[in-house]
Design a protein around this ligand. Structure first.
Ligand SMILES: [Zn+2]
Length: 808
């Protein structure tokens, strides 16, 4: 884990944009742009009661608390010190902490356009003043180095080196910070008309342009995002040098670097989604920008095959991506464990950026199928209903060890949520000169321009709970264009593009469309019903998307989902969660696959939500190891994105219908009935006696307990029994995530029992062994005691961990 945790800390995030893409249809210097233009969020006012309250909550809760954490953690003070407005050392943990402020400024800039807020506007001015002060005279901006240089170099982060830029392809994150600065600057300029942050950004970009190039510094960005940021600077200024620089940062990458940050090959030669998934999606988005603006087929070919690799084998049903925590990224195809699924919130947002851009290039609905799935499920899971708690990973199964947090040392995810949510209305519509795309169905009032014609749209939609949509079209003058109504894959019996997931049964109910009351017959073109006519004020289009409960199964290659099925209704993926099911048990459920599934709207549950009900049984393991099933019970399912709003506990998306696929309630063994304590207390302690046997020591699909980052020390774990027990044997299964992680099997261990106040080693009859990928068992002279403890000696260079510890 050393390496993985270190990498975790390198994480970053992205930027958004919908607003920006739009800005200029016209490109300078003869280059092109996306053939389809999104309608900016500023032209679309949501009036629904699912998303609009989330955007309001983001403005009222998320953005203010995110700024308050930036203040209280010292992120703001770093700029004050670097700008000589205060004194001291670098205040925070990571050199990329500057980026959080930029991202939240970006989010606040978007948010103010929906919720005008003069106080926030003034606060941004003070932050921008501090950022400007922290910028060095030549444009360099990186508070860690600037502060360290004030102290003779002391305090320079270990990820940075004495010279600027030198370690950026590894860990310094200098260019990463700047990418977010550029995105924030453009957002702030567009929101307020003020050039304050934009001028800082341009001064910085001009320095980067001076320092980097084929005959100058050729370091590639260790964490991508500056590519998108530079494209936005190009769009807002029309200066081609920024576009060229964006392309340089892509073309200079690889081929001899690491897969971890997609530097193993030249980007144009990449065909698969590998490595850190946030870096990956930011890079793919940057490549899409270049493909569109420069009409570059090589980039287009690369991102097309990467998209297929990702969607056909590496995406969770929730839209989450990045299966493994060690690299915060992609695993091999079909390796999609549920409980340990990483699915970083930032990666969901990055994948939305990527799919949005692919749609703008191709006008195909399949990209929106992924975007919509991610939006309603994996991305939305990243933030609580209250707007002040966040998930970093978004697993598809939990034993209660997961719980949203208020903030993180590495705060990429909350700051990404803060800037993404206000821009959601920008994903509803897109236009060409004679087409209007309706891509997401959320009640709204919108003003769009198709060609040169202004058109007002008034829409009422019941999504995601009900599939009825009513659109009223009001062009300024009668005008002919094609209204392209997106027919989601889920409404056409396609669970996802490709064969990774499929519906268990066909749904014969067709999508019904009427125009001014007349049935409109259609055959979908690229996933759209195309209504081409001369539109007149008051024209009405009604659509009904059938939303029965659908059951889904995964391709047989996905071992984690074998013998299981998942539930979807409309775009929403469902899960079983502890408060709704008997005794809080969820992981042990076995669903009756032939039972009916019904749905109903529950106005009081989770701010109003459709729940799904069915029948199932609980599997229990008895002391002799057999698995038994309870009588039939009612099972309730809630939308996955809304889990963990009622406290931590069990949750499961993929529901076993085979007993063999269930995780039975543990047998009432001595270990299971014990109270566990340890030298290091974490939420994972309960994994030690959960009776889930791993496939090997590096199995991340079940929870495990570890001491990382401790090493070279004695640690312990203890069972306190309910009453005195006579025991004579123990066995333990170690966690070891070598060679990549920081845990290895320990150097040695021993078992002690408590006698009075003393801990006494047991008299072993068989020797202690230390093994990887199997149990280490020890028999000893029977003793009667109320508590046992294992002492574990960690290796001098590594931590250790435990999957399971049994006492008999
Ligand atoms: Zn993140």
């Amino acid at each position: 884990m050393t390496r993985q945790m270190m990498k975790k800390n390198q994480v970053l995030s992205l930027s958004l944009t919908v607003g920006l893409l739009l800005i200029t249809g016209c490109s300078k210097n003869g280059s092109g742009d996306y053939p389809i233009t999104p309608v900016p969020f500023t032209s679309v006012k949501l009036t629904d009661d699912f998303w609009a309250p989330r955007i309001k909550k983001n403005a009222e809760v998320t953005i203010p608390i995110a700024f308050s954490y930036c203040e209280s953690t010292g992120r703001v003070k770093n700029f004050e010190i670097a700008g000589k407005l205060d004194t001291g050392k670098f205040q925070t943990i990571y050199p990329f902490d500057d980026s959080d402020i930029y991202k939240i400024i970006e989010g606040a800039s978007y948010s103010m356009q929906t919720y005008p807020d003069p106080k926030l506007d003034a606060y941004l001015d003070t932050l921008i003043f501090k950022i400007g002060k922290a910028q060095e005279p030549d444009g360099y901006l990186y508070t860690n180095r600037t502060i360290a240089e004030m102290h003779g170099g002391e305090g320079l982060h270990e990820w940075a080196s004495k010279n600027r830029w030198e370690l950026d392809s590894v860990l310094s994150h200098e260019l990463y910070n700047l990418g977010h600065l550029y995105e924030a600057a453009v957002a702030h300029y567009q929101a307020t008309g003020k050039r304050s942050l934009l001028d800082i950004a341009l001064k910085s970009a001009d320095l980067v342009n001076k320092d980097f190039g084929w005959d100058k510094c050729r370091v590639y960005p260790g964490h991508q995002v500056i590519e998108m940021g530079l494209v936005k600077l190009y769009r807002v200024t029309g200066e081609k040098k920024y576009l060229d620089l964006a392309r340089f940062f892509l073309d200079v990458r690889g081929p001899k670097g690491e897969e971890y940050n997609q530097a193993h090959l030249k980007p144009v030669d990449q065909k698969t989604a590998v490595g850190h998934s946030v870096r990956a999606t930011y890079m793919y988005s940057g490549m899409a920008d270049i493909a569109a603006i420069e009409n570059d087929e090589t980039y287009l070919t690369a991102i097309t095959s990467i998209w297929e690799d990702l969607v056909y084998g590496k995406m969770y049903l929730t839209g989450g991506i990045g299966a493994t925590g060690g690299n915060e990224g992609f695993a091999e195809p079909f390796n999609l464990p549920n409980m340990s699924a990483y699915c970083e919130t930032c990666a969901s947002i990055g994948d939305i950026f990527f799919n949005h851009r692919l749609f703008l290039l191709h006008g195909q609905s399949k990209y929106y199928d992924i975007l919509e799935k991610t939006l309603y499920n994996s991305m939305l899971s990243g933030v609580s209903l209250s707007g002040d708690r966040f998930f970093y990973p978004n697993p598809l199964e939990s034993n209660g060890q997961h719980n949203r947090q208020a903030w993180f040392g590495c705060a990429c995810c909350p700051s990404n949520v803060a800037r993404f949510v206000p821009a959601i209305p920008g994903y509803l519509y897109a236009v060409t000169k004679n087409e209007l795309y309706a891509n997401l169905y959320i009640s709204n009032e919108a003003d769009v321009t198709v060609g040169k014609n202004r058109v007002h749209i008034s829409e009422k939609a019941g999504f995601p709970w009900d599939g009825k949509v009513s659109m009223t079209i009001a062009p300024e003058n009668n005008v002919t264009f094609s209204l392209k109504i997106r027919i989601p894959g889920w409404a056409m019996n396609e669970a996802t593009p490709g064969t990774l997931y499929k519906f268990r049964n066909q749904n014969d109910k067709k999508v019904a469309i009427t125009v001014n009351g007349d049935v409109f017959k259609f055959v979908p073109e690229e996933g759209y019903a195309v209504i081409k006519r001369s539109w007149t004020t008051g024209d009405r289009v009604n659509i009904e998307f059938p939303m029965p409960v659908r059951l889904i199964e995964a391709a047989s290659e996905v071992k984690a989902d074998e013998g299981k099925m998942a539930v979807q209704r409309g775009p929403v993926i469902y899960c079983a969660e502890w408060p709704d099911n008997k005794d809080g048990n969820v992981l042990n459920l076995v669903i009756d696959k032939n039972a009916p599934f019904t749905s109903e709207f529950s106005p009081s549950l989770l701010n109003g939500s459709v729940v799904v009900k069915t029948i199932g049984r609980q599997a229990k393991r008895s002391i002799d190891g057999n698995i038994t099933l309870s009588e039939d019970e009612n099972i309730s399912l809630i939308p996955y994105a809304l889990w963990n709003n009622r406290g931590p506990g069990q949750m499961m998306v993929w529901l076993p219908f085979e007993k063999s696929a269930a995780k039975p309630t543990p047998a009432p063994t001595i270990a299971f009935r014990s109270t566990i304590t340890a030298s290091k207390t974490t939420r994972a302690l309960s994994s030690i006696n959960d009776q889930f046997e791993p496939a090997n020591s590096n199995d991340h699909s079940y929870p495990y307990y570890h001491w990382w980052p401790d090493k070279d020390s004695w640690q312990w774990v203890q069972y306190d029994f309910e009453k005195p027990e006579t025991v004579s044997g123990t066995k333990i299964y170690w966690f070891d995530d070598g060679p990549d992680g920081g845990c290895r099997i320990p150097d040695e261990w021993e078992l002690l029992y408590r006698s009075g106040n003393k801990w006494i080693p047991v008299s072993v009859k068989t020797p202690y062994t230390v093994s990887k990928d199997k149990w280490d068992s020890v028999e000893f002279e029977p003793i009667q005691t109320k508590a046992v403890r294992i002492r574990v000696k960690l290796n001098k260079d590594f931590a250790s961990g435990i999957h399971e510890w049994i006492i008999e």
